[in-house]
Write a protein that binds this ligand. Structure first.
Ligand SMILES: Nc1nc2c(ncn2[C@@H]2O[C@H](COP(=O)(O)OP(=O)(O)OP(=O)(O)O)[C@@H](O)[C@H]2O)c(=O)[nH]1
Ligand SMILES: [Mg+2]
Length: 487
């Protein structure tokens, strides 16, 4: 009963703290009746008779709360508010919804919620409003996820990807694939009845073609994930190298902020410092790390262990060297260990004259392509060589654009129409891909139509999980637990 969709739920929908306004939201069959105990329109009309989708100036009443919010303060108004009733089905959840816009003080909002709960509403679970919107057919699952992405987007490109998802770009693509498969399935199932006859040959070729086409479309979607994920989550860049090469200076210079401690003592940075920046609409997450070297110092050792964790989860490594000091054994050790990961070679301190004679050839890396060329690749695969000065800022813009071009193959301007941005979607697409593979194999082996049909149905289910055409309570729980309360 606790989580029944028959309950009327309420929550504070705005962030807690001081704000110009704060919104309490109520949704469910009894939303209007319950809210009527807590708000009184100034025009003296009962809440139940207000026009839908119209704002009314109202008083918020203090409903003697069982909670210790100030016993004995009477029932007088605690605030004035704008109240809107949105009758089903034209509301976010598809149910009757009331929104109460009070002044944005924490106590007012809590007291309003407590009043609603006292009169029969229940506190909403995280994402429960959106879950109801899904259950009432207002949104499909990709769109529900896009609501969360929209809230969490920190840059223009991540917002663009979220909005495209919200408008149903992925759903449309997936639905089209499902429709095609449903037609194929009908074909196969009809064919099962006259398996003995010649028609099956023609049919088999047709079915094979349709399955191949669908599989190719699925592959295309899967291949957009690498880029989609980076646009949604940001590119994780770990700045690594031996001590004192200027990693923390580089972080500060990129952020244009005095964030990390810089000193000429090797071994300054211990904790991993994680900061985000916006580069031409794409989030970059920069991780400054402890200098890598052999050490007896326990604390520094722990810093290096944390650095290894940061390196493990990074999308790209900036292997920083000190151009003025030249290549040392410690540099070589770093490159030997991490040179096989996706990386960029960054020569720092180019402002110092000694850096002119820097020669990277003794690094244990594929041959180095000299660096000023617009992010050109060296002869060695994937190797970039960028010269910067954290001190003067020279080369930093170039560095950020090279980071992007290394990670985003499509480039920034080409906004692909459909991007797969979530692992959940990718996993379902891969499942569909495997099932289609099976179906085609069954077809080739001239197995029974039933076998082929079974695999096609499995592919249909996998695709259906993306939009929620096929869903389980388990999938829903996993999706909505990431939401905030009130959304
Ligand atoms: N001339 C010059 N000095 C720099 C530059 N970048 C860093 N430095 C100096 O190099 C020294 C080390 O800088 P940090 O940024 O602390 O180096 P780090 O790699 O973070 O060092 P650890 O945290 O110990 O691993 C400091 O004295 C900086 O002022 C640069 O571009 N040019
Ligand atoms: Mg440092």
């Amino acid at each position: 009963m606790e989580n029944s969709v028959d309950d009327t739920i309420c929550a504070i929908a705005t962030p807690v703290g001081e704000g110009g306004i704060g919104i309490v939201r109520i949704s469910g069959a009894r939303a209007v009746d319950i809210a009527a105990h807590v708000v009184r329109p100034r025009n003296q009309q009962p809440l139940q008779q207000l026009e839908s989708h119209r704002l009314y100036l109202s008083d918020v009443l203090y409903a003697r709360s069982p909670l210790p919010l100030g016993e004995g303060q009477g029932e007088g108004p605690i605030d004035e508010a704008l109240v809107v009733v949105m009758r089903k089905p034209r509301s976010y959840t598809g149910e009757d919804v009331v929104e109460i816009q009070t002044h944005g003080g924490a106590w007012i909002l809590q007291a309003t919620c407590h009043g609603l709960i006292r009169h029969g509403a229940r506190m909403a679970q995280p994402g429960e409003f959106t879950k109801r919107a899904f259950l009432n057919g207002r949104l499909d699952l990709t769109q529900a996820e896009a609501v969360l992405d929209t809230i969490q987007a920190t840059t223009s490109r991540s917002l663009q990807a979220a909005q495209s998802l919200l408008r149903g770009s992925l759903s449309k693509e997936v639905d089209a694939l499902r429709e095609r498969l449903i037609r194929v399935l009908a074909h196969v199932e009809a064919g099962m009845d006259f398996a003995e006859e010649d028609i099956t040959f023609i049919q088999a070729a047709e079915v094979q073609q349709a399955l191949t086409d669908t599989q190719r479309a699925v592959e295309q979607l899967i291949s957009s994930y690498e880029e989609g994920r980076l646009i949604r989550e940001g590119i994780k860049v770990a700045i690594i190298g031996r001590p004192n090469v200027g990693k923390s200076s580089l972080l500060n210079a990129l952020l244009k902020l005095d964030r990390a401690i810089v000193s000429d003592q090797p071994g300054t940075t211990r904790d991993v410092i994680d900061e985000s920046m916006n580069v031409r609409g794409i989030p970059l997450r920069l991780l400054d790390t402890a200098g890598l070297r052999r050490t007896q110092d326990m604390i520094e050792g722990e810093g290096i262990r944390r650095t290894e964790d940061a390196i493990a989860e990074a999308d790209v490594l900036l292997l920083v060297v000190d151009g003025a000091a030249g290549v040392t054994d410690e540099d070589r050790a770093v490159f030997e260990t991490y040179g096989s990961r996706r990386h960029l070679l960054v020569m720092n301190k180019m402002d110092l004259p000694q850096s002119q004679s820097f020669d990277a050839r003794s690094l244990p890396l594929p041959p180095v392509g000299e660096g000023q060329g617009e992010g050109e690749k060296g002869e060695g695969e994937g190797l970039e060589f960028v010269k910067v000065s954290a001190k003067t800022g020279e080369g930093l813009d170039h560095l950020t654009s090279v980071i992007q071009s290394v990670c985003l193959k499509e480039g920034l301007e080409a906004a692909p129409s459909v991007l797969v941005t979530r692992l959940r979607h990718k996993a379902s697409l891969e499942q569909a891909h495997r099932s289609l593979e099976e179906a085609m194999r069954s077809l080739e082996r001239k197995e029974s139509g039933e076998c082929v049909a079974l695999d096609i149905r499995a592919a249909l289910d996998a695709l259906g999980e993306i939009t929620g055409a096929v869903s389980t309570e388990d999938i829903l729980d996993r999706i909505f637990q990431d939401f905030c309360i009130g959304k």
